[in-house]
Design a protein around this ligand. Structure first.
Ligand code: SPD
Length: 298
């Protein structure tokens, strides 16, 4: 929602009708209605160029490095030799940019449902979207759920850089989708998805944890603070058929990468898997409730 206050314009995001965040707009750079959602690009006073979808903050120049480094480098460093990478969602290009910093990468497929997001970010937020023109990147404007269902043993790392589980992102949060992702991974493959706020979106976080555990033998959520996301507490979930996030090789490769990273380094990589008690309790709740559901079904 945008409001006019004297000569000032503000963009306000309300969460669950209970609390919100508000940002002063310097300039409206783009506004459009795609087949899927409302797409806005603002230049915000404090956060710089910002992508907002259906009124919700997606990414901005000031804090995007936290989210994009977290979603990309933890899985990329856990795979021994990631060559083929798939990013579902992520049309702003930030995740692709971070993936491309890994020298082993040969191809990155970006599967984004909304071409308007890609075009708007390329034109107005080149700091984030600039690497989308790298020759290793193939852009596929398509529904990620339909695309993944056709892929078998195809990708070393799959990153689900989705919107929240409402609107166009909804189809990326269910058993069928996660099963298809597992099938699309190579044997040592790793998948990471953004798994919502454990603090302000408890139900969504618990649901995702429950569904992922039905499909993947290894599920390890991690978290940190992303200042502009609801409640700041944000989580990602590391999933694989057996690969774990802690290897000596990951430490060595992070040592090289961390010289230019703004957020992730070896200490952060180890620390982000240490979960506070309230998150551990939510994960326990997901495990217990699923056991009960499965018992009732049997
Ligand atoms: N509530 C916001 C969740 C947004 C997650 N995706 C962000 C896309 C950045 N590439």
């Amino acid at each position: 929602m945008t409001t006019q206050n004297n000569s000032e314009q503000w963009y306000t995001e309300i969460h669950e009708g209970k609390f919100g965040q508000t940002f002063k707009i310097k300039d409206v750079l783009f506004s459009g209605q795609s087949d899927f959602q409302k797409v806005d690009v603002y230049d915000l006073e404090f956060f710089g160029k910002t992508l907002v979808l259906d009124g919700l903050m997606m990414t901005n120049e000031r804090d995007e490095f936290v989210y994009h480094e977290m979603i990309a480098h933890i899985p990329m460093l856990s795979h021994p030799n990631p060559k083929r990478i798939l990013v579902i969602g992520g049309g702003d290009g930030g995740t692709v940019r971070e993936v491309l910093r890994h020298p082993s990468v040969e191809e990155v497929v970006l599967c984004e449902i909304d071409g308007m997001v890609i075009d708007a970010c390329r034109e107005h937020i080149p700091v984030i979207a600039g690497q989308l023109s790298d020759p290793r990147v193939t852009i596929n404007v398509a529904d990620g759920a339909a695309y993944i269902a056709e892929q078998k043993d195809a990708f070393d790392v799959i990153l689900i850089d989705s919107t929240d589980p409402i609107g166009p992102g909804e189809g990326l949060f269910n058993d069928k989708f996660y099963t298809d992702v597992k099938e699309a991974l190579t044997e040592n493959g790793v998948m990471v998805n953004q798994s919502e706020s454990p603090f302000s979106q408890e139900d969504a976080f618990v649901k995702v944890q429950r569904l992922l555990r039905r499909v993947f033998p290894v599920v390890k959520p991690y978290f940190t603070a992303v200042p502009t996301y609801p409640s700041s507490h944000w989580s990602w979930s590391f999933c694989s058929k057996g690969v774990t996030p802690f290897t000596d090789d990951a430490e060595t490769r992070m040592a090289a990468l961390e010289k230019v990273n703004r957020f992730t380094n070896r200490d952060v990589m180890r620390a982000v898997f240490a979960l506070p008690n309230y998150m551990q309790a939510l994960i326990h709740q997901a495990e217990i409730s699923d056991k009960q559901t499965l018992e009732v079904k049997a």
